[in-house]
Design a protein around this ligand. Structure first.
Ligand SMILES: Cc1cc2nc3c(=O)[nH]c(=O)nc-3n(C[C@H](O)[C@H](O)[C@H](O)COP(=O)(O)O)c2cc1C
Length: 158
């Protein structure tokens, strides 16, 4: 964290990247916990009645984005990690600017045409985020698209 805090204080977008490990790897949770020094100790009540923190004056993070992979087929496997990323954004009173989600990530194969398209669209989503402040929903959908039919996934894995 000593190496990360100065970088976090220079960043205007915080990109959280983690695989899904029912729901999170321990080191990712530790990282989230250790964001606390970036927060102002004085809390705030939001218009929706929730108590929230606000970031210290030297923190310029305006948006949080999630990048995540999971092993199983359905997008629902991201529900918990997505919720955690959105809650973190709300807790820090910053915008949640979208999620790059890749289910059944094991089906990404180097040199495969569909895999290359997914990776190109990840790059495009990054450009959109920087240039336009948001990632287009159609590109995010392309990144998450099935690489195998659900029935075939089940036949192969279950
Ligand atoms: C301990 C552990 C728990 C996992 N739990 C889930 C899960 O609940 N749902 C899921 O879809 N994939 C799960 N996976 C699969 C990983 O999310 C997937 O393989 C991911 O791409 C691994 O990324 P990594 O190679 O960077 O660790 C789990 C993997 C591990 C090792």
């Amino acid at each position: 964290m000593d190496m990360l805090y100065p970088k976090l204080r220079k960043a205007d977008i915080l990109v959280l990247a983690t695989p899904v490990y029912v729901p999170l790897p321990d080191y990712f949770q530790s990282f989230l916990n250790r964001l606390l020094p970036l927060m102002n100790p004085v809390l705030k009540t939001m218009p929706n009645g929730r108590t929230r923190a606000i970031t210290n004056k030297d923190v310029i993070i305006k948006k949080i984005v999630l990048v995540s992979t999971c092993g199983w087929w359905e997008m629902g496997n991201f529900n918990v990690v997505l919720h955690i990323a959105k809650e973190l954004a709300a807790n820090m009173s910053v915008e949640f600017a979208g999620a790059v989600l890749r289910p059944h990530a094991d089906y990404m194969v180097p040199e495969d045409k569909e895999t290359k398209k997914v990776l190109e669209n990840c790059e495009l989503a990054g450009f959109q985020l920087i240039k336009e402040g948001k990632m287009h929903p159609d590109i995010l959908k392309q990144i998450s698209k099935p690489l195998i039919k659900r029935k075939n996934y089940i036949d192969e894995n279950i």
